[in-house]
Design a protein around this ligand. Structure first.
Ligand code: GDP
Length: 181
């Protein structure tokens, strides 16, 4: 019984968000299932590939990190051109990174013509479980949910450290990208 090879789709996904929210760590967890406590510098790569089965179809994701160039608006903007989806990260223990989400959304919308799917990701969720003052300082889940709703974005909280929700976040975004194609 001959079967045609499955058609394979490639999606370009860009990781956005302030420095130190965990973009490189997110990619490292997703692609190598590793975590490094101190990733002072970026991994020095432009993108990583990850193949997933999305709705029964082999899907290749080309995941672009803004590679420490978040500060340079013009460079960051160029990453969003031709992007099929965006993973927009903030750090739940860093309010500033949450407040800056708006700026990132503006930049994404400036750089792309279409309404591309955005997954808002509250990273470092493992730190909320810590019995420390960080509990009071962290951005509540409901704030993330509400913000995502105002941008018609998807939302989840992840931990690159313990791996929770990383694959789920990417799968969910990839499904949304497929839907809008
Ligand atoms: P980037 O600048 O956005 O790429 O951030 P990095 O991936 O370099 O991460 C910045 C720092 O946060 C590093 O010290 C990471 O080890 C740490 N980090 C990243 N993700 C997590 C996480 O989910 N939980 C915890 N506890 N630390 C994290």
């Amino acid at each position: 019984n001959f079967k045609y090879p499955q058609s394979e789709k490639t999606f370009k996904i860009v990781l956005a968000g302030d420095a130190a929210v965990g973009k490189s760590s997110f990619l490292l967890r997703l692609c190598k299932n590793e975590f490094r406590g101190n990733t002072s510098a970026t991994l020095g790569v432009d993108f990583q590939m990850k193949t997933l089965i999305v709705d029964g179809e082999r899907t290749v994701l080309q995941l672009w990190d803004t590679a420490g160039q978040e500060r340079f608006r013009s460079i960051a903007k160029s990453y969003f051109r031709r992007a099929d989806g965006v993973l927009l990260l903030y750090d739940i223990t860093c309010e500033k990174s949450f407040l800056n989400v708006r700026e990132w959304v503006d930049m994404i919308e400036d750089s792309t013509n279409e309404n591309i799917p955005i997954m808002l990701v509250g990273n470092k969720a493992d730190l909320r479980n810590k019995a420390s003052q960080e509990i009071q300082k962290s951005v509540p889940t409901s704030y993330g949910e509400k913000l995502a709703m105002t941008y018609n974005a998807l939302f989840c909280e992840t931990s690159a450290k313990d791996g929770s929700n990383i694959i789920e976040a990417v799968l969910h975004l990839a499904r949304e990208v497929r839907k809008r194609l």
